[in-house]
Design a binder for this molecule. Structure first.
Ligand SMILES: Cc1cc2nc3c(=O)[nH]c(=O)nc-3n(C[C@H](O)[C@H](O)[C@H](O)COP(=O)(O)O)c2cc1C
Length: 394
Protein backbone atom coordinates (compact mmCIF):
# COMPACT_ATOMS: atom_id res chain seq x y z
CA UNK A 1 0.00 0.00 0.00
CA UNK A 2 1.08 3.55 -0.81
CA UNK A 3 2.55 5.37 2.20
CA UNK A 4 0.84 8.76 2.68
CA UNK A 5 2.62 11.80 4.04
CA UNK A 6 0.36 13.36 6.73
CA UNK A 7 1.76 16.86 6.27
CA UNK A 8 1.38 17.12 2.48
CA UNK A 9 -1.72 18.64 0.83
CA UNK A 10 -4.57 16.24 0.15
CA UNK A 11 -8.04 16.28 -1.36
CA UNK A 12 -11.24 15.64 0.57
CA UNK A 13 -13.56 15.24 -2.41
CA UNK A 14 -13.10 18.44 -4.36
CA UNK A 15 -11.65 20.34 -1.38
CA UNK A 16 -7.89 20.75 -1.26
CA UNK A 17 -6.60 20.66 2.32
CA UNK A 18 -3.09 21.75 3.28
CA UNK A 19 -2.42 18.53 5.23
CA UNK A 20 -4.29 15.56 6.68
CA UNK A 21 -4.93 16.88 10.19
CA UNK A 22 -8.45 18.14 11.01
CA UNK A 23 -9.67 19.55 14.31
CA UNK A 24 -12.52 17.32 15.50
CA UNK A 25 -15.79 18.88 16.63
CA UNK A 26 -15.28 19.86 20.29
CA UNK A 27 -18.23 21.78 21.70
CA UNK A 28 -16.79 25.20 22.47
CA UNK A 29 -19.28 26.72 24.94
CA UNK A 30 -18.42 30.14 23.53
CA UNK A 31 -21.71 30.93 21.76
CA UNK A 32 -23.55 32.98 24.35
CA UNK A 33 -27.31 32.64 23.71
CA UNK A 34 -26.51 30.91 20.46
CA UNK A 35 -24.59 33.77 18.81
CA UNK A 36 -21.16 33.59 17.17
CA UNK A 37 -18.99 35.54 19.61
CA UNK A 38 -15.53 37.05 19.30
CA UNK A 39 -14.32 34.33 21.73
CA UNK A 40 -15.58 31.62 19.38
CA UNK A 41 -13.92 33.29 16.39
CA UNK A 42 -10.64 33.65 18.28
CA UNK A 43 -10.78 29.99 19.40
CA UNK A 44 -11.01 28.77 15.79
CA UNK A 45 -8.61 31.41 14.45
CA UNK A 46 -6.02 30.19 16.95
CA UNK A 47 -6.74 26.55 16.10
CA UNK A 48 -6.30 27.34 12.39
CA UNK A 49 -3.10 29.29 13.05
CA UNK A 50 -1.74 26.19 14.80
CA UNK A 51 -1.61 24.30 11.53
CA UNK A 52 -4.69 22.10 11.16
CA UNK A 53 -5.90 21.76 7.58
CA UNK A 54 -9.51 22.25 8.63
CA UNK A 55 -11.20 23.23 11.87
CA UNK A 56 -14.71 22.07 12.80
CA UNK A 57 -17.34 24.25 14.45
CA UNK A 58 -18.97 21.85 16.88
CA UNK A 59 -22.56 21.01 17.31
CA UNK A 60 -24.44 23.49 15.11
CA UNK A 61 -28.14 22.81 15.47
CA UNK A 62 -30.38 22.60 12.40
CA UNK A 63 -33.57 23.72 14.22
CA UNK A 64 -34.13 25.52 17.56
CA UNK A 65 -36.07 22.50 18.96
CA UNK A 66 -32.98 20.32 18.62
CA UNK A 67 -30.83 22.27 21.07
CA UNK A 68 -29.35 20.56 24.10
CA UNK A 69 -27.76 23.81 25.38
CA UNK A 70 -29.06 27.39 25.39
CA UNK A 71 -25.68 28.53 24.07
CA UNK A 72 -25.76 26.30 21.02
CA UNK A 73 -25.70 27.86 17.56
CA UNK A 74 -28.87 27.45 15.53
CA UNK A 75 -28.02 27.51 11.83
CA UNK A 76 -30.43 30.06 10.40
CA UNK A 77 -30.80 33.65 9.23
CA UNK A 78 -29.84 35.00 12.68
CA UNK A 79 -26.44 33.27 12.63
CA UNK A 80 -25.47 34.09 9.02
CA UNK A 81 -23.40 37.20 9.72
CA UNK A 82 -21.43 35.59 12.54
CA UNK A 83 -20.81 32.35 10.63
CA UNK A 84 -19.56 34.28 7.61
CA UNK A 85 -17.15 36.28 9.76
CA UNK A 86 -15.90 33.08 11.41
CA UNK A 87 -15.32 31.40 8.03
CA UNK A 88 -13.47 34.45 6.71
CA UNK A 89 -11.19 34.61 9.75
CA UNK A 90 -10.30 30.90 9.54
CA UNK A 91 -9.61 31.21 5.79
CA UNK A 92 -7.32 34.13 6.63
CA UNK A 93 -5.16 31.65 8.55
CA UNK A 94 -4.95 29.35 5.52
CA UNK A 95 -7.26 26.65 6.91
CA UNK A 96 -10.65 25.36 5.82
CA UNK A 97 -13.71 25.24 8.07
CA UNK A 98 -16.46 22.69 8.54
CA UNK A 99 -19.48 22.63 10.86
CA UNK A 100 -21.25 19.79 12.61
CA UNK A 101 -24.94 19.58 11.67
CA UNK A 102 -26.86 18.18 14.61
CA UNK A 103 -30.25 17.66 16.18
CA UNK A 104 -30.25 16.52 19.81
CA UNK A 105 -33.52 14.59 19.53
CA UNK A 106 -34.48 13.36 22.97
CA UNK A 107 -31.35 14.95 24.50
CA UNK A 108 -32.81 18.40 23.76
CA UNK A 109 -33.36 20.39 26.93
CA UNK A 110 -37.08 21.16 27.53
CA UNK A 111 -36.06 24.28 29.50
CA UNK A 112 -34.15 25.53 26.45
CA UNK A 113 -36.56 24.56 23.68
CA UNK A 114 -39.77 25.30 25.61
CA UNK A 115 -41.47 22.02 24.71
CA UNK A 116 -41.09 18.28 25.02
CA UNK A 117 -38.19 16.91 22.97
CA UNK A 118 -38.76 14.79 19.88
CA UNK A 119 -37.19 11.37 19.44
CA UNK A 120 -37.46 8.10 17.59
CA UNK A 121 -39.46 6.38 20.36
CA UNK A 122 -40.64 6.97 23.90
CA UNK A 123 -37.52 5.89 25.78
CA UNK A 124 -36.59 7.42 29.14
CA UNK A 125 -33.63 9.79 29.00
CA UNK A 126 -31.68 9.64 32.25
CA UNK A 127 -29.64 12.66 31.06
CA UNK A 128 -32.64 15.04 31.27
CA UNK A 129 -35.15 12.92 33.22
CA UNK A 130 -37.57 13.20 30.28
CA UNK A 131 -38.96 10.96 27.60
CA UNK A 132 -39.58 12.26 24.09
CA UNK A 133 -42.63 12.41 21.88
CA UNK A 134 -42.03 9.90 19.08
CA UNK A 135 -41.76 11.82 15.80
CA UNK A 136 -44.56 11.50 13.27
CA UNK A 137 -43.95 11.36 9.52
CA UNK A 138 -44.46 15.12 9.05
CA UNK A 139 -41.94 15.88 11.80
CA UNK A 140 -39.45 13.44 10.31
CA UNK A 141 -39.79 15.04 6.87
CA UNK A 142 -39.45 18.50 8.35
CA UNK A 143 -36.17 17.60 10.13
CA UNK A 144 -34.80 15.96 6.97
CA UNK A 145 -35.49 19.22 5.12
CA UNK A 146 -33.96 21.25 7.97
CA UNK A 147 -30.63 19.40 7.63
CA UNK A 148 -30.63 20.22 3.89
CA UNK A 149 -31.50 23.88 4.49
CA UNK A 150 -28.79 24.25 7.16
CA UNK A 151 -26.17 22.69 4.88
CA UNK A 152 -27.16 24.98 2.01
CA UNK A 153 -26.89 28.03 4.27
CA UNK A 154 -23.41 27.21 5.57
CA UNK A 155 -22.16 26.54 2.07
CA UNK A 156 -23.52 29.95 1.02
CA UNK A 157 -21.71 31.76 3.87
CA UNK A 158 -18.36 30.24 2.92
CA UNK A 159 -17.92 27.01 4.91
CA UNK A 160 -15.86 24.41 3.04
CA UNK A 161 -17.55 21.24 4.32
CA UNK A 162 -20.28 19.95 6.61
CA UNK A 163 -20.15 17.12 9.11
CA UNK A 164 -23.47 15.37 9.73
CA UNK A 165 -23.59 14.03 13.28
CA UNK A 166 -25.00 10.50 13.15
CA UNK A 167 -23.29 9.24 16.29
CA UNK A 168 -22.98 9.84 20.05
CA UNK A 169 -26.70 9.23 20.63
CA UNK A 170 -28.01 12.37 18.93
CA UNK A 171 -31.17 12.23 16.82
CA UNK A 172 -29.79 10.34 13.81
CA UNK A 173 -28.07 7.95 16.17
CA UNK A 174 -31.35 7.55 18.10
CA UNK A 175 -32.97 6.28 14.90
CA UNK A 176 -30.05 3.97 14.12
CA UNK A 177 -29.81 2.46 17.58
CA UNK A 178 -32.11 -0.46 18.44
CA UNK A 179 -31.93 0.79 22.04
CA UNK A 180 -33.76 4.05 21.26
CA UNK A 181 -35.62 3.12 18.06
CA UNK A 182 -38.52 0.83 19.06
CA UNK A 183 -40.74 1.85 16.15
CA UNK A 184 -42.63 -0.64 14.04
CA UNK A 185 -43.49 1.65 11.14
CA UNK A 186 -41.45 2.63 8.05
CA UNK A 187 -38.75 4.20 10.27
CA UNK A 188 -37.92 1.31 12.57
CA UNK A 189 -38.35 -2.38 13.29
CA UNK A 190 -35.43 -3.71 11.22
CA UNK A 191 -31.86 -2.53 10.59
CA UNK A 192 -32.89 -1.35 7.10
CA UNK A 193 -35.79 0.72 8.46
CA UNK A 194 -33.68 2.20 11.29
CA UNK A 195 -31.31 3.39 8.57
CA UNK A 196 -33.98 5.19 6.57
CA UNK A 197 -34.00 8.48 8.48
CA UNK A 198 -30.21 9.07 8.62
CA UNK A 199 -29.88 8.02 4.98
CA UNK A 200 -32.66 10.45 4.01
CA UNK A 201 -30.81 13.21 5.92
CA UNK A 202 -27.58 12.53 4.01
CA UNK A 203 -29.47 12.50 0.71
CA UNK A 204 -31.20 15.76 1.62
CA UNK A 205 -27.87 17.40 2.48
CA UNK A 206 -26.28 16.10 -0.73
CA UNK A 207 -29.15 17.50 -2.79
CA UNK A 208 -28.86 20.86 -1.01
CA UNK A 209 -25.09 21.33 -1.40
CA UNK A 210 -24.52 19.75 -4.82
CA UNK A 211 -22.25 16.95 -5.98
CA UNK A 212 -18.87 18.54 -5.30
CA UNK A 213 -19.25 19.71 -1.68
CA UNK A 214 -17.64 17.56 1.03
CA UNK A 215 -20.05 15.87 3.44
CA UNK A 216 -18.39 14.10 6.34
CA UNK A 217 -20.53 11.83 8.52
CA UNK A 218 -19.59 11.05 12.12
CA UNK A 219 -21.08 7.70 13.15
CA UNK A 220 -20.87 5.15 15.92
CA UNK A 221 -19.03 1.85 15.72
CA UNK A 222 -20.70 1.01 19.04
CA UNK A 223 -23.15 2.80 21.34
CA UNK A 224 -21.51 1.06 24.30
CA UNK A 225 -24.87 0.07 25.78
CA UNK A 226 -26.70 -3.20 26.08
CA UNK A 227 -29.21 -3.41 23.21
CA UNK A 228 -27.47 -0.62 21.27
CA UNK A 229 -25.77 -0.47 17.90
CA UNK A 230 -22.70 -2.68 17.57
CA UNK A 231 -19.86 -2.92 15.07
CA UNK A 232 -21.42 -5.72 12.97
CA UNK A 233 -24.37 -3.49 12.12
CA UNK A 234 -22.22 -0.34 11.96
CA UNK A 235 -20.32 -1.80 9.01
CA UNK A 236 -23.61 -1.95 7.07
CA UNK A 237 -24.45 1.59 8.21
CA UNK A 238 -21.14 2.81 6.78
CA UNK A 239 -21.85 1.17 3.41
CA UNK A 240 -25.34 2.73 3.33
CA UNK A 241 -23.92 6.17 4.17
CA UNK A 242 -21.43 5.87 1.31
CA UNK A 243 -24.26 4.98 -1.09
CA UNK A 244 -26.35 7.91 0.21
CA UNK A 245 -23.68 10.43 -0.81
CA UNK A 246 -21.22 10.83 2.08
CA UNK A 247 -17.77 12.05 1.00
CA UNK A 248 -16.03 10.65 4.08
CA UNK A 249 -16.87 8.80 7.30
CA UNK A 250 -15.63 9.42 10.85
CA UNK A 251 -16.09 6.33 13.03
CA UNK A 252 -16.61 7.23 16.71
CA UNK A 253 -18.54 5.70 19.62
CA UNK A 254 -20.59 6.26 22.76
CA UNK A 255 -24.06 7.43 23.73
CA UNK A 256 -24.05 10.82 25.45
CA UNK A 257 -26.84 10.02 27.93
CA UNK A 258 -25.36 6.68 29.03
CA UNK A 259 -21.70 6.30 28.05
CA UNK A 260 -20.45 9.89 27.57
CA UNK A 261 -16.80 9.11 28.33
CA UNK A 262 -16.55 6.20 25.92
CA UNK A 263 -15.71 8.55 23.02
CA UNK A 264 -13.04 10.20 25.21
CA UNK A 265 -11.61 7.57 27.62
CA UNK A 266 -9.40 8.48 30.56
CA UNK A 267 -10.11 10.54 33.67
CA UNK A 268 -13.66 11.63 34.56
CA UNK A 269 -13.21 15.11 36.11
CA UNK A 270 -16.04 14.83 38.63
CA UNK A 271 -14.96 17.78 40.81
CA UNK A 272 -14.74 20.19 37.85
CA UNK A 273 -17.97 18.90 36.29
CA UNK A 274 -19.77 19.41 39.61
CA UNK A 275 -18.46 22.97 39.92
CA UNK A 276 -19.88 23.90 36.50
CA UNK A 277 -23.39 22.52 36.99
CA UNK A 278 -26.02 25.29 36.84
CA UNK A 279 -27.98 24.57 40.06
CA UNK A 280 -26.94 23.90 43.67
CA UNK A 281 -28.75 20.52 43.60
CA UNK A 282 -26.93 19.43 40.46
CA UNK A 283 -23.58 20.52 41.88
CA UNK A 284 -24.10 18.42 45.03
CA UNK A 285 -25.55 15.45 43.15
CA UNK A 286 -22.68 15.39 40.63
CA UNK A 287 -20.09 15.69 43.40
CA UNK A 288 -21.65 12.85 45.43
CA UNK A 289 -22.75 10.47 42.69
CA UNK A 290 -20.73 11.49 39.60
CA UNK A 291 -18.30 8.59 39.99
CA UNK A 292 -21.20 6.12 39.93
CA UNK A 293 -23.22 7.92 37.26
CA UNK A 294 -20.45 8.18 34.66
CA UNK A 295 -18.68 5.03 33.58
CA UNK A 296 -14.92 5.30 33.06
CA UNK A 297 -12.97 3.76 30.17
CA UNK A 298 -9.21 3.24 30.21
CA UNK A 299 -7.40 5.44 27.71
CA UNK A 300 -4.82 4.35 25.18
CA UNK A 301 -3.60 6.15 22.06
CA UNK A 302 -5.61 5.28 18.90
CA UNK A 303 -8.25 3.64 21.06
CA UNK A 304 -10.73 3.20 18.17
CA UNK A 305 -8.16 1.80 15.82
CA UNK A 306 -9.59 -1.72 15.50
CA UNK A 307 -13.28 -0.95 14.85
CA UNK A 308 -12.42 2.06 12.67
CA UNK A 309 -10.31 -0.32 10.58
CA UNK A 310 -13.36 -2.51 10.01
CA UNK A 311 -15.23 0.51 8.63
CA UNK A 312 -12.21 1.35 6.45
CA UNK A 313 -12.25 -2.14 4.97
CA UNK A 314 -15.96 -1.94 4.15
CA UNK A 315 -16.11 1.31 2.16
CA UNK A 316 -14.29 2.93 -0.72
CA UNK A 317 -14.67 6.57 0.37
CA UNK A 318 -12.07 8.21 2.68
CA UNK A 319 -12.23 7.32 6.35
CA UNK A 320 -11.15 9.96 8.86
CA UNK A 321 -9.73 8.44 12.03
CA UNK A 322 -10.61 10.03 15.42
CA UNK A 323 -9.79 8.89 18.98
CA UNK A 324 -6.47 9.27 20.79
CA UNK A 325 -4.38 10.81 18.02
CA UNK A 326 -1.45 12.23 20.01
CA UNK A 327 1.74 11.50 18.05
CA UNK A 328 3.41 11.71 14.67
CA UNK A 329 4.10 7.98 14.68
CA UNK A 330 0.41 7.29 15.39
CA UNK A 331 -0.66 9.45 12.45
CA UNK A 332 1.87 7.84 10.12
CA UNK A 333 0.67 4.39 11.20
CA UNK A 334 -2.94 5.34 10.41
CA UNK A 335 -1.96 6.74 6.99
CA UNK A 336 0.00 3.56 6.21
CA UNK A 337 -3.09 1.54 7.02
CA UNK A 338 -5.21 3.54 4.59
CA UNK A 339 -6.96 6.17 6.71
CA UNK A 340 -7.07 9.36 4.64
CA UNK A 341 -7.18 12.00 7.38
CA UNK A 342 -7.10 12.22 11.16
CA UNK A 343 -9.28 14.31 13.41
CA UNK A 344 -7.63 15.60 16.55
CA UNK A 345 -9.50 16.90 19.59
CA UNK A 346 -7.69 17.13 22.91
CA UNK A 347 -4.12 17.41 21.61
CA UNK A 348 -5.14 20.60 19.77
CA UNK A 349 -7.02 21.93 22.81
CA UNK A 350 -3.90 21.28 24.90
CA UNK A 351 -1.77 23.11 22.32
CA UNK A 352 -3.28 24.59 19.13
CA UNK A 353 0.23 24.52 17.60
CA UNK A 354 0.40 20.71 17.93
CA UNK A 355 -0.01 20.13 14.13
CA UNK A 356 2.58 22.79 13.24
CA UNK A 357 5.07 21.42 15.77
CA UNK A 358 4.58 17.86 14.48
CA UNK A 359 5.07 19.01 10.90
CA UNK A 360 8.28 20.88 11.70
CA UNK A 361 9.64 18.03 13.82
CA UNK A 362 9.76 20.24 16.94
CA UNK A 363 7.79 17.60 18.85
CA UNK A 364 6.77 14.02 18.16
CA UNK A 365 4.05 13.67 20.79
CA UNK A 366 1.44 15.75 22.62
CA UNK A 367 1.83 16.27 26.37
CA UNK A 368 -1.97 16.14 26.91
CA UNK A 369 -2.44 13.89 29.96
CA UNK A 370 -6.13 13.13 29.20
CA UNK A 371 -7.28 14.75 32.46
CA UNK A 372 -10.44 15.71 30.48
CA UNK A 373 -10.85 18.91 32.47
CA UNK A 374 -11.36 20.63 29.07
CA UNK A 375 -14.66 18.74 28.89
CA UNK A 376 -15.85 20.29 32.17
CA UNK A 377 -14.54 23.69 31.03
CA UNK A 378 -16.93 23.87 28.08
CA UNK A 379 -19.80 24.24 30.60
CA UNK A 380 -17.84 26.68 32.74
CA UNK A 381 -17.08 29.54 30.37
CA UNK A 382 -15.67 27.86 27.27
CA UNK A 383 -13.41 25.02 26.23
CA UNK A 384 -9.81 25.45 27.23
CA UNK A 385 -6.88 23.34 28.41
CA UNK A 386 -7.16 23.81 32.17
CA UNK A 387 -3.59 22.62 32.69
CA UNK A 388 -2.30 25.27 30.27
CA UNK A 389 -4.28 27.97 32.09
CA UNK A 390 -2.86 26.82 35.45
CA UNK A 391 0.68 26.78 34.01
CA UNK A 392 0.28 30.32 32.69
CA UNK A 393 -0.82 31.57 36.14
CA UNK A 394 2.02 29.84 38.03
C1 LIG B 1 -14.05 19.32 25.20
C2 LIG B 1 -14.59 18.34 24.20
C3 LIG B 1 -15.79 18.59 23.57
C4 LIG B 1 -16.30 17.68 22.63
N1 LIG B 1 -17.45 18.00 21.96
C5 LIG B 1 -17.83 17.24 20.90
C6 LIG B 1 -18.87 17.67 20.04
O1 LIG B 1 -19.48 18.74 20.21
N2 LIG B 1 -19.19 16.87 19.00
C7 LIG B 1 -18.53 15.69 18.75
O2 LIG B 1 -18.86 14.99 17.79
N3 LIG B 1 -17.54 15.26 19.55
C8 LIG B 1 -17.16 16.02 20.59
N4 LIG B 1 -16.08 15.65 21.34
C9 LIG B 1 -15.37 14.39 20.99
C10 LIG B 1 -14.20 14.68 20.03
O3 LIG B 1 -14.61 15.23 18.80
C11 LIG B 1 -13.40 13.39 19.74
O4 LIG B 1 -14.26 12.47 19.09
C12 LIG B 1 -12.83 12.77 21.02
O5 LIG B 1 -12.34 13.79 21.87
C13 LIG B 1 -11.68 11.83 20.70
O6 LIG B 1 -10.63 12.51 20.04
P1 LIG B 1 -9.27 12.98 20.81
O7 LIG B 1 -8.73 11.77 21.50
O8 LIG B 1 -8.39 13.49 19.70
O9 LIG B 1 -9.64 14.04 21.79
C14 LIG B 1 -15.58 16.51 22.32
C15 LIG B 1 -14.37 16.26 22.97
C16 LIG B 1 -13.87 17.15 23.89
C17 LIG B 1 -12.55 16.86 24.51
Amino acid sequence: MECIDPVSPAHLGSLKLRNRMIRSGCYEGYCRTGKVTEELIEHHRRTAEGGVAMTTLAYGCVVPEGRTFADQIVIGPESVTGLKKLADVVHGEGAAISIQLTHGGYFADPKVIGCRPLGASKVFNNFRFTSPDPMNSAEITSVIDAFGNAAHLVREVGFDAVEIHAGHGYLLSQFLSPYTNRRDDDWGGSPEKRLRFPVAVIESVRKAVGEDFPILVKMNVTDGISGGLEIEEAVGVAVAFEEAGATALIPSCGFTSKTPFMMLRGNVPVKEMARNRPTFFERIATRLFGRFMVQTYPYEPLFLHEPAGRILNAVSIPVVYVGGVVSGSGIRQLMDEGFSFVQIGRATIRDPDFPKKLASGEIEESDCDICNRCVAAMDGGGVVCVTAVEDSVN
